[in-house]
Design a protein around this ligand. Structure first.
Ligand code: MN3
Length: 199
C-alpha cells in the first residue's frame, strides 16, 4: 500500500496569523510530500510495505532502518499534525475526559502547557514534542528528527513539529512563541481527545 499525501483538513489560510498560508504551502506541499515520495521509494522492495503505517514505524525503529524511521515516521507525524490544529483552536477548554487525564497525570492544564513547551524548547535541533499515553497514563515526551512515541512504546495523542520548517517563516528563531501559539490558538482538542480514546 503506497503512502499518500492527505489534503489539509482546512484552507491554507485558515490558521493565520498563528501559522501562515506560506508556511502551510511549503510544509504540506513540499516537506510532507518529500517524506511520502522518499518513504514510497524505500518501501518499494521492502517486506514492510504490507504493514500498517503504525507497524512500519515500530518495526523500522526496532530494525534501525534509519531512512524508514525518518520518512515513514514523518509521514505518520504530519498526517496527525495537520489534524492536531484547527481554526479557532487552542486554549484550556478541553473535552471532559481529556481534561481529567491531564489533571491526574500531568498536574493540570497550566503545568501541562509549561512542560509541553519546555519539551519542545529542549529538543535540540529538529524533532517533536508530544503528549502520549504510556502504560495507561499521559506523559510528555520529545523525540529527535522523524521519531515518534510509537517507536518508544507509547501512543501519541498530541504532537508539535519543532523542525524550523514549521515556524521559521512566521516566528523566525522564536521557537517558544511558536509553541505557545500552538497550545493557545491552534490545538484541535477534539482530535486529541479522539486519539486519547483510542490509545
Ligand atoms: Mn514538518
Amino acid at each position: 500500500m503506497a503512502l499518500e499525501l492527505p489534503a489539509l483538513p482546512y484552507a491554507y489560510d485558515a490558521l493565520a496569523p498563528f501559522m501562515s498560508k506560506e508556511t502551510l504551502e511549503f510544509h504540506h506541499d513540499k516537506h510532507h510530500q518529500a517524506y511520502v515520495t522518499n518513504g514510497n521509494n524505500l518501501l518499494k522492495d521492502s517486506p514492510m510495505a504490507s504493514l500498517s503505517i503504525e507497524e512500519i514505524c515500530k518495526k523500522a525503529f526496532a530494525d534501525k532502518a534509519a531512512g524508514l524511521v525518518n520518512n515513514v515516521g514523518q509521514h505518520y507525524n504530519h498526517i496527525h499534525f495537520w489534524s492536531w490544529m484547527k481554526k479557532g483552536g487552542g486554549g484550556n477548554k478541553l473535552p471532559a475526559k481529556l481534561a481529567k487525564a491531564v489533571d491526574s497525570d500531568l498536574g493540570g492544564f497550566d503545568k501541562m502547557r509549561t512542560d509541553f513547551v519546555q519539551a519542545g524548547m529542549t529538543q535540540f535541533g529538529s524533532g517533536w514534542c508530544w503528549i502520549a499515553v504510556k502504560d495507561g497514563k499521559l506523559v510528555i515526551m520529545k523525540t529527535p528528527n522523524g521519531e515518534n512515541p510509537l517507536m518508544h512504546g507509547a501512543s501519541p495523542i498530541l504532537g508539535c513539529d519543532v523542525w524550523e520548517h514549521s515556524y521559521y517563516i512566521d516566528y523566525r528563531n522564536a521557537r517558544q512563541k511558536y509553541l505557545e501559539a500552538f497550545v493557545d490558538s491552534l490545538v484541535n482538542w477534539e482530535y486529541v481527545e479522539a486519539m486519547h480514546a483510542k490509545a
